[in-house]
Design a protein around this ligand. Structure first.
Ligand code: GAL
Length: 414
């Protein structure tokens, strides 16, 4: 049932006798990769709010982040840009701004005072030349471990705190005929699990220094070799149907008890919620095993193609404004499995895992960035995904060889 205020707004809008031009002015094509159940449900909250304010939403879903990002860039370079496209804030988005492909939404950001309402790390990553080039709408964490509580109980297993504990638990599960890890065998998913092992074995300071400096000595260190040895030890714990599996299918395996654990970003929690499961009940959440506490962040955002010069069109402006409204932030993030980008949004109605994230992030020493789209240049991000996937899927590459390939590819790409 629409609230009275929304009905009144709709009647007022229609009674003014909207001209085609005005309708067109509020029309935005939105290109994105949110095709899973929970992603669609979450995005629907933004669409609903945009349309309630008179916007016309043209939906262009493209499955797979890499495919959608390539399509958005190709459309811009081909002179037929999608007005609004999903990205993640960070270095790769700034590369597009460098090429003059993006409009800025500085007017909205100023009017809505985003500088004060967003965390400093996000403000910095969402701006280019002092202007906002994207509307950051959430904070996802990548170093989560989801698990089926009944499967662990049945096997007499405690939630593992270290990777050695995890390996011992996985061996016990495998001996009992249970698939220890539900994994989607795609490079970005394998990389997420690798980075959780890296963080867990080497610690948050090593993670931060390694990915901010890409230093050869760190890449060649004994610590990195231990990371590759630990990652290699996980290979026997996934099922043979893992290659090519989508992330949400792996989440479903854990929800149904077909696998015990999934190491994934908390968009997996969105799927658990969409399946009618309260996170922390039959499916538990904890940070992946680690020697200290940290949060590997990725921030979803929508960017705006430069349609006519660097200023956003009325439809792009309306979209940016709607995305950061408090009630949209709550409705969207509760379904997406993330936490609001805005600091001033009450999050006490969020689930227990989200509360852990919010509490953790109050300590700035826990703030780490994803190597997916946020923390490193495109070429380095690609080198990381490719070499980790190559190592994970190689039957005979030693941890030393995997580490050497990782170091060489990053050194070449940086
Ligand atoms: C990530 C994105 C998440 C989720 C995931 C899987 O890049 O930040 O929101 O969509 O891809 O599709």
């Amino acid at each position: 049932m629409m609230k009275f205020s929304k009905i009144a707004a709709s009647v007022a809008f229609l009674s003014v006798g909207v001209s085609a031009g005005a309708l067109h002015a509020q029309t935005a094509e939105v290109l994105h990769w949110w095709t899973s159940g929970s992603e669609q449900a979450a995005l629907g909250e933004i669409r609903k709010a945009f349309e309630a304010k008179g916007g016309t939403w043209v939906d262009t879903p493209i499955a797979g982040g890499g495919n959608a990002r390539a399509a958005a860039v190709n459309r811009m370079l081909g002179g037929d840009p999608a007005a609004v496209f999903q990205f993640s804030i960070g270095q790769q988005l700034r590369e597009l701004a460098d090429q003059g492909l993006l409009a800025n939404v500085g007017d909205v950001a100023t009017a809505e005072n985003w500088d004060e309402k967003l965390p400093p790390l996000i403000v910095k990553a969402a701006k280019y030349d002092g202007n906002y080039i994207a509307a950051p709408i959430n904070i996802h964490g990548e170093n989560w471990m989801f698990y089926n509580t009944a499967v662990l109980e049945e096997a007499g297993i405690e939630v593992p705190k270290t990777w050695d504990d995890f390996i011992a638990a996985a061996e016990k599960l495998k001996a009992a005929g249970v698939t220890p890890i539900g994994l989607g065998g795609q490079p970005w998913q394998e990389r997420i699990m690798f980075n959780s092992v890296l963080l867990g074995v080497a610690g948050r300071e090593f993670y931060a220094e390694l990915y901010s400096t890409l230093d050869d000595d760190l890449l060649k260190s004994d610590t990195m070799r231990k990371v590759f040895e630990t990652f290699a030890a996980l290979k026997p714990f996934v099922d043979e149907a893992s290659p090519g599996r989508n992330w949400n299918e792996a989440t479903n395996m854990v929800a149904k008890g077909e696998a015990a654990f999934q190491f994934m970003g908390d968009w997996a929690k969105g799927e658990i919620i969409a399946a009618g499961i309260e996170p922390g009940t039959t499916v538990g959440c904890a940070f992946a095993p680690a020697i200290d506490t940290a949060y590997i962040m990725t921030v979803d955002a929508f960017a705006f193609s430069a349609m006519d010069g660097e200023h956003a069109t009325p439809a792009q402006t309306l979209m940016a404004q709607v995305m950061l409204e408090p009630d949209v932030q709550i409705a969207f993030n509760k379904k997406k499995g993330s936490i609001p980008a805005r600091l001033d949004v009450p999050a006490d109605s969020f689930d227990v895992c989200a509360q852990t994230a919010i509490k953790t992030l109050q300590d700035k020493k826990t703030h780490l960035v994803s190597t997916g789209l946020f923390g490193v240049p495109s070429a380095v991000s690609g080198a990381i995904d490719d070499t980790i996937s190559n190592f994970w899927n190689s039957a005979d590459m030693s941890p030393e060889e995997g580490q050497a390939q990782f170091q060489q590819a990053i050194s070449y790409a940086k």
